[in-house]
Design a protein around this ligand. Structure first.
Ligand code: HAX
Length: 435
């Protein structure tokens, strides 16, 4: 058995007994309450499941196995001469629950490189779609097409014992993560570079190889991809992409079915698609205002116009966070450190000064601060990736690290099918004695 898998088994399998014991002793403990507003309001604030990989605090932001983004930017291993963490490291941390050594990270990198070959029929499926098909539709379809390779499906057919489900799930998760960069790059080069594809370079780390296959070979873009892939990887269990992956997986649907479903959720404009919507919104604003450098007054007027038209300001607000997203701040920091005098990035920073006071003045908006998507597109445009329809695919590749580490945990812990109950407005009215 490979080292990482062995280590995972050592960590995860004893926890099933620990949890059994916990439930035996404390299973009846009341953990929280919820009210009617939460039932109609997207179940926000109801802690209804367990996710091991990360935890989101409304004021502090995300912590991966207890570590914040600034801490991880300092402590996770980097590529030789690199200045940002390798995403292989955050995956190791989420899967195993311990900070990796440099050797651990190199092993994950090599492991994925060995697994990275995408079968031809996946490219054929992509080629059958019109080139104008949205990249997220192509991404999701390609993941489903890869399902032919599922080790879990084979093992289930062969009658695997439920105690061992985690093993082929681990294999599927590792294989899929390894193959996503090639799939994404194929979609990108097919759509925007007339099908001029670039072969992978197995000597590169996962994020650098993605940059290479996309056609961006500069050290700076590789550095950005390492940061990007690290900070988008997980946001605890309740967000749409993570929860969907977990929910679909709870029916024993394999990694490919589950993750593709998660990606369909990420493709919604209130979730991951917001990263393309931010750039589209800024470009529309610039065009409407005749181009040139925007002033705070112009941005403010455009925000009011957006709100008056009954639209959201993309990149702002969050269902859980109540402060500026540390993922936004990590990108702000990156921009300040490496990029000088970029008009779009300066505009993004100006928007940060203008939008929160306006949204704060609207009582119903709970969080006026920027989220991760408010910044990411401008960095990509800076390095020459201007095709904003593609941005959510990059988010999706990164998200695989968290949700598939968690799906492997779901299987190791033997978590059951998810099946909360629902009710009707009629029954609620009856309970409240309202006619
Ligand atoms: N612009 C305008 N209105 C906003 C808003 C924004 N940025 N953020 C919230 N609101 C509105 C909501 O639409 C809602 O209005 P209605 O009651 O009329 O429906 C009201 O304020 C209350 O919303 P909330 O409780 O503060 O926020 P929600 O938990 O309902 O929604 C969202 C959270 C992130 C979906 C929301 O803030 C939003 O639509 N933001 C813009 C889209 C965006 O950036 N999404 C990415 C979020 C991060 C993420 O998942 N990245 O992948």
């Amino acid at each position: 058995m490979e080292k990482l898998k062995e280590k995972f088994a050592e960590k995860a399998l004893p926890m099933t007994d620990e949890i059994k014991d916990l439930l035996k002793k404390h299973g009846d403990t009341v953990m929280g309450e919820y009210n009617l507003s939460q039932m109609y309001g997207g179940m926000k604030g109801i802690v209804g499941m367990v996710t091991e990989t990360s935890k989101l605090d409304p004021d502090e932001g995300i912590r991966f196995r207890g570590y914040s983004i600034p801490e991880l930017r300092k402590t996770l291993p980097r590529a030789p001469g690199g200045s940002e963490p390798l995403p292989e490291g955050i995956f190791y941390l989420m899967l195993i629950g311990e900070l990796p050594t440099e050797e651990d990270v190199i092993n994950v990198s090599n492991n994925w490189a060995r697994r990275a070959i995408v079968p031809k029929h996946v490219f054929n499926v992509l080629d059958a779609l019109p080139k104008s098909t949205h990249p997220m539709t192509q991404f999701s379809a390609a993941i489903l097409a890869l399902r032919t390779e599922s080790e879990f499906v084979k093992a289930y057919r062969a009658g695997i014992n439920k105690k061992d489900y985690w093993d082929p799930t681990y294999e599927d998760a590792m294989n899929l993560i390894a193959r996503l960069p090639r799939i994404a790059a194929y979609i990108y080069r097919r759509m925007y570079y007339d099908d001029e594809h670039i072969e992978p370079d197995p000597k590169l780390d996962w994020a650098a190889n993605l940059a290479h296959m996309l056609g961006f070979d500069s050290d700076e873009f590789k550095r950005l991809m390492r940061l990007y892939m690290t900070i988008h990887s997980d946001h605890e269990g309740g967000n749409v992409s993570a929860h969907t992956t977990h929910l679909v997986g709870s029916a024993l649907s394999d990694v490919y079915l589950s993750f593709s479903s998660g990606m369909n959720g990420l493709a919604g404009p209130l979730h991951g698609l917001a990263n393309q919507e931010v750039i589209r919104w800024i470009l529309n604003m610039q065009e409407e205002l005749g181009g040139g450098k925007l002033t705070k007054k112009q941005i403010g007027d455009y925000v009011h116009k957006t709100l008056k038209e009954g639209k959201v300001v993309p990149g702002y607000g969050h269902a859980v966070l109540r402060k500026t997203d540390p993922r936004y701040l990590a990108q702000l920091d990156f921009a300040n450190e490496y990029i000088k005098n970029d008009n779009l990035i300066n505009t993004v920073h100006l928007i940060y000064e203008v939008v929160p006071p306006i949204l704060s003045s609207i009582a119903k908006i709970k969080n006026p601060w920027p989220n991760v998507d408010a910044h990411s597109g401008a960095l990509l445009v800076h390095y020459g990736m201007t095709e904003y329809d593609f941005y959510t695919v990059l988010f999706g590749i990164s998200r695989s690290l968290g949700v598939l580490a968690q799906l492997t945990w779901d299987r190791a812990l033997g978590l059951p099918i998810e099946r909360p109950s629902s009710t009707t407005t009629e029954l609620i009215k009856k309970k409240l004695n309202i006619n």
